[in-house]
Design a protein around this ligand. Structure first.
Ligand SMILES: Nc1ncnc2c1ncn2[C@@H]1O[C@H](COP(=O)(O)OP(=O)(O)OP(=O)(O)O)[C@@H](O)[C@H]1O
Ligand SMILES: [Mg+2]
Length: 264
């Protein structure tokens, strides 16, 4: 696709560093992080707990300011600006006073999408993720995994081109998780968005992504960039191929090494 090569990246993070100061104690969380998501590309970040992955998302979403570095989207500098991305936070933040359907509709409402069509789309997708019949329920009436699926849908139906997903499947049991992975893969391949995805699950990252950034322990920096070579559309069977297993071994080893360093 020659046209897509001339487009600026959907997301370009350049030289981001961040230190938090709490009670005069400084925690250096991110160290000179640079990464790119091309238009319609699915990119993942894996890295040890506490290495600053969620903080990086807060910076990209404009909720925190970096000490150094810039965030650009589609060639425009947006450091510190909110509202540019669709974001699913690590803790699903559903509004307790809104029904599940109204929560899912929220992102669209803010952007002024037409009501009836949006409601129909929301119902269609709620049924697809196994939440049919829970449209009028309130978040406290749902299990953690169900809340996570609703929060995921809300991010998916938001109109912004770039989606940031912070461990969207972590509260799901293994079976639901693999169903959601398959579903996300199919959906994304049908209707490509630019996605930056945080996960601890290496297999998940390999299955879904075109590129994986492996982060070091805190302060988080990009240790390795891995291009995932499998052609699309992808099916879960690629997980049995020798190339997949080899990449998985390599990534697992890097993660173990970083975790061991962080534990010291
Ligand atoms: N607002 C804040 N004030 C002070 N420290 C913070 C703040 N937000 C995050 N931190 C610290 O920054 C570090 C990185 O946190 P972050 O949530 O970004 O890690 P993470 O890589 O997402 O971890 P996990 O994989 O466990 O979700 C932690 O040490 C955390 O305590
Ligand atoms: Mg996190």
């Amino acid at each position: 696709m020659p046209e897509s090569r001339t487009l600026p990246p959907a997301l370009e993070v350049k030289g981001i560093s961040k230190t938090f100061t709490h009670r005069r104690r400084e925690t250096r969380v991110l160290d000179n992080v640079s990464l790119t998501v091309q238009p319609q590309e699915f990119v993942s970040i894996v890295g040890p707990s506490g290495c600053g992955k969620s903080t990086l998302f807060h910076i990209i979403g404009g909720l925190e300011l970096p000490d150094a570095g810039t965030v650009s989207m589609n060639g425009n500098l947006v450091t510190g600006q909110r509202g540019e991305i669709s974001y699913m936070p690590q803790q699903p933040a559903l509004f307790p006073w809104r029904s599940i359907e109204d929560n899912v509709l929220l992102a669209g409402e803010l952007k002024g999408a037409p009501q009836t069509a949006a409601r129909e789309t929301a119902r269609h997708w709620l049924a697809k993720v196994g939440l049919g019949g829970f449209e009028r329920a309130y978040p406290h009436m749902l299990s953690g995994g169900m809340q996570q699926r609703a929060a995921f849908l809300r991010a998916l139906l938001a109109p912004q081109e770039l989606m940031l997903l912070d461990e969207p499947f972590s509260a799901l049991d293994a079976l639901t998780r693999s169903e959601m992975q398959r579903w996300l893969l199919e959906l994304w391949e049908e209707n490509r968005r630019s996605v930056l995805f945080i996960t601890h699950n290496i297999e998940e990252a390999l299955l879904l992504s075109s590129r994986i950034y492996v982060f070091s322990g805190r302060p988080g920096s990009v240790l390795h960039t891995v291009d995932v070579p499998f052609p699309r559309p992808r099916r879960e069977e690629i997980a049995d191929s020798p190339e997949f297993l080899q990449l998985k071994r390599q990534l697992s080893q890097w993660m173990r090494e970083e975790q061991a360093k962080s534990a010291k």
